[in-house]
Design a protein around this ligand. Structure first.
Ligand code: APR
Length: 244
């Protein structure tokens, strides 16, 4: 049940910002990172896989893990929560979708403006030069090598201990600070700097809404907590507020 006060607020809002995390893709069959049984990290140590040091230590292991995730994502389809956010964007003069996800599901659901804080699995770059590489010779060696410098290629995603794309995080901070309503959806709100965005919105007077089946460190500070799966709550919210 969506609170009537939230429905009324959303009907008059003009600037809405949304932060999404792995939870919004869970209903597309992509495991989240931290949930005990299914969380990806439960099977791997993050430090073994998603860091530059891990890649230097074992480039094949890291490349193969991301190749597996790329296949998982390619076989996944957007779920009702992705489509609901794409629909929400059409109702607002100013709508910003900020995601920590690297799976392109927001774009595939029709969201037009997506700020990707942690990069995107579909892009590959040279580990040494940092530039995007679109084609390379498949020799059977993994990781494949950069056609320019011969160094290893890597996924264009942000690893632990790495800086986020400067433009993306600056825009995200600006939009969080200017939003009337800020949604935190499907994120455990523990990884910085993304986890600061709802707080920045709150400190700038926004109404902040969390959508998550379980509490997070943010929950106690939220204006509204919609406890449940995004794939259920978001379509209900779109229907209650905008009738679609
Ligand atoms: N709908 C909404 N939320 C859900 C759902 C669902 N159907 N299923 C799970 N969740 C919630 C979980 O309760 C949890 O709070 O999604 C959250 C997933 O948290 P994480 O697995 O920590 O994912 P995320 O918050 O995106 O992680 C942030 O950490 O590992 C890094 O770079 C990685 O981008 C990732 C970042």
């Amino acid at each position: 049940m969506i609170p009537l006060e939230l429905i009324a607020t959303l009907r008059t809002a003009t600037h809405i910002a949304v932060l999404t995390g792995a939870g919004i893709s869970a209903e597309s069959g992509i495991p989240t990172f931290r949930e005990a049984q299914t969380g990806l990290w439960a099977q791997y140590e993050p430090t073994e896989l998603a860091t530059p040091e891990a890649f230097r230590r074992n480039p094949k292991l890291v490349w193969d893990w991301y190749a597996w995730r790329r296949t998982l994502v390619a076989n996944a389809t957007p779920n009702p929560s992705h489509f609901a956010l794409a629909a929400m964007e059409t109702h607002l003069p100013s709508f910003t979708l900020i995601t920590q996800n690297i799976d392109s599901l927001h774009q595939r659901a029709g969201s037009r403006k997506v700020i990707e804080l942690h990069g995107n699995l579909a892009r590959t770059k040279c580990f040494r030069e940092g530039v995007i590489v679109e084609t390379w010779e498949e020799t059977g060696e993994t990781p494949p090598r950069c056609p320019r410098c011969g160094g290893f290629l890597r996924p264009d995603v942000v690893w632990f201990n790495e800086a986020l794309p400067a433009e993306a995080i600056k825009t995200a901070y600006d939009k969080a600070g200017g939003a009337e309503v800020f949604f935190s959806i499907g994120t455990s709100a523990v990884v910085q700097p993304a986890a600061s965005l709802p707080i920045i919105a709150l400190q700038n007077g926004a109404i902040v809404v969390e959508i998550n089946p379980t509490p997070t460190p943010l929950t106690d500070r939220m204006t509204f907590v919609l406890e449940g799966k995004a794939g259920v709550v978001l379509p209900e919210l779109l229907q209650s507020v905008w009738g679609n």
